[in-house]
Design a protein around this ligand. Structure first.
Ligand code: FES
Length: 283
């Protein structure tokens, strides 16, 4: 284990962070409670989590400000100041989308998320102080504060990468479920519940099969958001709502109706032939 892995692993096991996480989660959940806010911050209009896209903006603005501070000379001072200010503005929606994603986590992942947020707030403070110093004519201090902010931001970025790539936060849990292009057997039809959902096995992938408006429909049983069991969810108005965080998907085609999930559920055509359930991926 390298030094960085060791430090992250300590963060994951540091229970003191829970004292910060609990009130922050409550406050965030209250803020994102309106459906429209939750859907927007979850990235439903784009079909992709919003936070990773937005992080490019402050990181890009602030890293370019430091580049201009370093090699741009006097003629670039105004541009560097504008970039520092722009980074402060775009950091607000970036933080909001990150908090929205973080609010569905718990345990070790939640603790790393708290550290990630705390570092980002610290970096924001340094950039705010940098802008104030620049406006006051203290350019050397302004540059120094921005360099410190950038160092903190990059450390925080490492934690953000850890959350996504090592812990799978906001990774589509069905990303590798392609489904068969041709009809495939999924067990005896007599195993299906007459009223309500059943789960069948399709090459090791659990698939939810149920009736909707008199027709057999099938979706992956694993929620794309964080892996919740959709077969244990609520079924109404042609949709299923995940029991874990409330993502809602259309039964007919797996489309996302409400977040926090941003990826649709893999959907299958379903039929019964000779007493056997058959499924094929809906393209
Ligand atoms: S696992 Fe989060 S909404 Fe389904």
């Amino acid at each position: 284990m390298n030094l960085l892995d060791d430090a992250v692993s300590r963060l994951e096991r540091w229970p003191a962070l829970d004292a910060l996480a609990d009130p922050l989660r409550k406050a965030t959940q209250a803020l994102v409670k309106p459906r429209v806010v939750r859907n927007l911050l979850s990235g439903i209009p784009t079909g992709h989590p919003l936070h990773p896209v937005l992080t490019d903006l402050p990181i890009g603005a602030w890293s370019m400000a430091s580049l201009l501070d370093t090699v741009g000379g006097e003629s670039s001072e105004h541009a560097a100041d504008v970039l520092v200010a722009a980074g402060l503005v775009v950091a607000v929606p970036t933080a909001a989308s990150g908090l929205n994603d973080w609010s569905d986590t718990f345990g070790a992942v939640s603790r790393v998320g708290v550290a990630h947020a705390a570092l980002n707030v610290t970096a924001l403070g340094f950039y705010g102080a940098s802008l104030a110093a620049r406006k006051a004519g203290a350019r050397g201090a302004g540059r120094g504060l921005a360099y410190l902010g950038l160092g903190i931001l990059l450390t925080s970025g490492y934690l953000g990468g850890h959350l996504a790539f090592s812990k799978g936060v906001r990774v589509n849990r069905t990303a590798w479920h392609e489904g068969p292009g041709d009809w495939q057997d999924a067990g005896p039809a007599s195993d299906l519940a007459p009223d309500g959902p059943s789960v069948v096995d399709l090459d090791g992938v659990p698939v939810l099969v149920t009736h909707d408006a008199g027709r057999l429909v099938a979706l992956d049983a694993t929620c794309t958001h964080a892996g919740g069991p959709l077969n244990e969810g609520t079924f109404e108005n042609g949709c299923v709502t995940c029991p874990w965080h409330g993502s809602t998907f259309r039964l007919a085609d797996g489309g996302v109706v409400h977040g926090p999930a941003s990826a649709p559920e893999p959907s299958y055509e379903a039929r019964v032939e000779d007493g056997r359930v058959q499924l094929r991926a809906r393209r």
